[in-house]
Design a protein around this ligand. Structure first.
Ligand code: ATP
Ligand code: MG
Length: 776
């Protein structure tokens, strides 16, 4: 252990060595906060603290697994096994399962994912006959989520005239009723949504002092990573649990707080010292992750924020290469730049794909990057899009499994009651829903007693409903006797699900069958793993919980070698040797929605800081002059964040914008090859353009706002920005190809090209904007 601790610097050792009491480590990116947590846990254990008494809360379950592995390396597997580690949601879901009956929930409660919640809200809005353009289900869920995370229950809502007035002002006077309905329906279905996992934990700890005492006694040492992004609900849980022993260690960086939009409250970090007595505050300053250029550039950026704690971040690492800035004409060209650069770097330096990450502001941006990577046969993985478990066919199978565990689960039931088709129509389902609401029972219970309730259904329909109930019950019997794999396979056959997809016969249908097979593989893995652990048969309920709380990041085993594509929000805490931050354009990043207030803009800047500090060796900042957004081509300007970095840390790959030029091989790679002309804003039919030599004016000015001289490079005075003075017949010099003669010129402005016959190398067509020729 001593050996491990001595690998830390002195500042890092201090919070590791302080065994008891409340402490906060505030430090910039890459300074070893997560590492300190890991070593601290190992050290506690080596000093005799029982793993059973330690709780560590991390940003992803993957982070928790990795941390556990490192700790196991130090203290041994058996010891580490009993540690409680994971995200807030996964840890407290487990506790709620144990205690759920106190709150009136079955222990097999279902966890609704966002899709389930949105769908339920959609049907409530429909039943209430409200306008879904005003009451948008996703937006409504967002509101409900923020109420829950601020611990505003339905009752509290109705006791608060201000909240009601605010909703009425935003044309949603019936918000409270929807909230109430939603909560009731979830409860009736034996379901909790994501926010409930925190809200109900709070309720549990508040209402039942004996339960609180039990978990306070159990979790004597609590550690929280990424504390800056905890919301109020999470904060209260941590506070309550740590209140007795006060052995609480939180680490975070106010400059990386990026979840305010989801209710994260930066005050949690700022007020920590007020919340506990005798708080020790530690600061780490040395960054071990990134090269000097990256660290300094990130410091430049975050300095622009007014609301921040003063922090120093420095590194003893090498300068490293400068941060490369690349401009492209369109988003697809940006994608090609990323793909070709990754390709070149891999070839030149024999690097694996997993050394590269492409980070973007919004999920939609991944498409152009994906297209380009696919063309180059570079394997990649997208994190955070529609996850595997959210695909339709997978959700269908899971819905049957959910019903086996919890037949009250209304969303699961509605999903598959008539899929594959078994003659139970919408109007029947509506009648069942109304009856269920009336009796305050689940739809399944209504179906079980369909003989005794008069819903004006014909006998045929009643029989079909009874058959469905019998089928689900037969699955429950199988679940008692067989493992989850056997049951799932049986369900896919018995319900006719796979049959249905086979009938489909389209390539999509085949992919869906393959996905179901993949799900079966996953379940097999899970059940085998369970057998290994305790010899028991695979517990379906546990599998479903894992699935409900899994994020894409969690599933990443790191086994396959792929380029990582993800939003910056997801990249928090991670590191990669090469990082591309794409789409650095005003209105995209910073997002147009964030330009109203200083605090929103500052959150965007923190997001940029997070992105940049993921890079260890090389960062690339790229932007496109025009981009397809919402199906339209829109013009864009480079992001202000690029300008906020001191020029000495940057290298512009298209120096034409910056008053000088150097030949950059990358630029020529795609100039003529495959620019998608349909997307080129500036391109016009060649025949309609006047001959180049008749043009005297330069119409297409480059983006002046961003003109910056590149230090040490002189502007070529006789080189016009778009070489509009060039004429057919001119003898010109090109930096790489040497001397040549212009044979023809076509296009206008930024799209102008010349065919040049070089003395060495023959005929080449060059885009003048990039070619930068000198007449001799
Ligand atoms: P972030 O704010 O991005 O979450 P962090 O502060 O949690 O960053 P870590 O991820 O713990 O930082 O550490 C960054 C990198 O530096 C990791 O690769 C880690 O192993 C390494 N590192 C941390 N401390 C040391 C040290 N004392 N000696 C060598 N490497 C270190
Ligand atoms: Mg970290």
């Amino acid at each position: 252990m001593q050996n491990i601790i001595s690998q830390l610097n002195e500042a890092q050792q201090a919070p590791v060595l302080q065994k008891d009491g409340p402490m906060i480590v505030i430090a910039g990116a890459g300074s070893g906060k997560t590492r300190v947590l890991t070593v601290r846990i190992a050290n506690l254990m080596s000093q005799g603290v029982d793993a059973f008494n330690i709780l560590a809360l991390t940003f992803t379950n993957k982070a928790a697994r990795e941390m556990k592995k490192r700790i196991a390396d130090i203290v041994g597997n058996n010891e580490a096994k009993n540690l409680w580690m994971g995200t807030f949601h996964s840890v407290f879901a487990k506790i709620l399962r144990i205690e759920s009956e106190k709150l009136g929930y079955p222990s097999n409660f279902t966890i609704y994912d966002t899709q389930d919640s949105v769908r339920l809200i959609g049907s409530i809005i429909k039943e209430m006959q409200l306008d879904k353009d005003i009451y948008k289900p996703k937006q409504i869920l967002g509101r409900i989520s923020s109420y829950k995370n601020s611990l505003i229950t339905v009752k509290a809502y109705f006791n608060n005239p201000d909240l009601q007035e605010a909703d009425a002002m935003s044309k949603k006077p019936r918000m409270g009723e929807i909230y109430q309905q939603y909560v009731e329906r979830c409860f009736k279905s034996g379901a909790m949504d994501f926010d409930d996992l925190l809200l109900k934990t709070n309720e549990l700890l508040n209402r039942f002092p004996d339960v609180l005492a039990k978990y306070q006694d159990r979790f004597r040492y609590i550690l929280v990573d990424e504390y800056q992004d905890t919301n109020h609900s999470q904060y209260l849980i941590v506070r309550a649990l740590s209140d007795r022993f006060q052995n609480i260690c939180v680490v975070g960086d106010d400059a990386q707080s990026i979840y305010a939009f989801r209710g994260a409250n930066i005050n949690n970090i700022l007020n920590f010292q007020k919340d506990y007595d005798n708080v020790r505050m530690y600061r780490l300053e040395q960054n071990y992750r990134s090269s000097k250029n990256i660290v300094e550039a990130a410091n430049n950026v975050i300095d622009k924020n007014k609301t921040k704690l003063d922090k120093v971040v420095w590194t003893a690492n090498d300068d490293g290469p400068k941060i490369k800035v690349h401009r492209s004409v369109t988003d697809s060209e940006e994608g090609r730049f990323v793909a070709s650069t990754i390709f070149e770097q891999k070839m030149q330096n024999q690097l694996p794909n997993s050394n590269f990450a492409v980070l973007y502001r919004t999920n939609a941006q991944s498409r152009s990057i994906e297209d380009a990577l696919r063309k180059r046969d570079i394997p990649y993985r997208i994190y955070g899009g529609l996850s595997f478990y959210q695909r339709k066919e997978i959700k269908d199978v899971l819905a049957y499994l959910r019903l086996v565990i919890n037949p009250k689960d209304e969303e699961a039931l509605v999903r598959v009651i008539n899929y594959p088709a078994r003659g139970i129509g919408n109007s029947t389902v509506e009648k069942l829903t109304v009856a269920a609401n009336h009796f305050k029972r689940s739809i399944f219970e209504v179906m079980e007693h369909i003989d005794k309730i008069d819903l004006r259904l014909n006998t045929g329909t009643k029989t079909k409903l009874q058959d469905f109930v019998t089928m689900i019950k037969s699955f429950q019997v199988i679940n008692e006797n067989q493992d989850a794999f056997y049951l799932t396979e049986h369900i896919t056959k018995k319900t006719g699900l796979v049959q249905e997809l086979k009938k489909d016969g389209t390539p999509e249908g085949i992919t869906r069958i393959e996905n179901i097979e993949e799900l079966l593989n996953g379940i097999k893995d899970f059940t085998e793993g369970q057998k290994e652990i305790d010899g028991a048969r695979g517990a379906l309920a546990e599998f479903l919980e894992d699935v409900a709380l899994a994020t894409d990041l969690d599933k990443d085993t790191g086994d396959d070698d792929r380029v990582a594509l993800m939003t910056i929000h997801l990249a928090k805490g991670l590191e990669f040797p090469h990082v591309f931050i794409v789409g650095l354009e005003e209105d995209l990043f910073p997002s147009a929605m964030s330009l109203n207030t200083r605090s929103e803009l500052e959150e965007e800047r923190r997001l940029f800081y997070v992105a940049l500090t993921r890079a260890e060796h090389q960062a690339y900042l790229t932007y496109a002059q025009s981009r397809y957004r919402w199906g339209k081509l829109v013009d864009s300007e480079p992001s202000r964040f690029i300008e906020e970095i001191n020029d000495s840390y940057l290298e512009y790959l298209n120096p034409v914008d910056h008053g000088g030029y150097r030949y950059k091989p990358q630029m020529d790679i795609d100039i003529f090859g495959d620019i998608d002309k349909s997307k080129l804003r500036l391109s016009k039919p060649v025949s309609s353009a006047p001959p180049a030599y008749l043009k005297t004016e330069v119409n297409d000015k480059p983006n002046i706002r961003k003109l910056k001289p590149v230090s040490g490079i002189k502007t070529q005075s006789n080189t016009n920005l778009f070489d509009s003075n060039l004429m057919v017949g001119n003898i010109v010099m090109h930096e790489r190809f040497g001397k040549g003669q212009i044979m023809s010129i076509e296009g206008v402005g930024a799209d102008k090209k010349a065919e040049i016959k070089f003395d060495v190398g023959g005929l080449k067509k060059l885009l003048l904007k990039f070619a930068k020729l000198q007449v001799i």
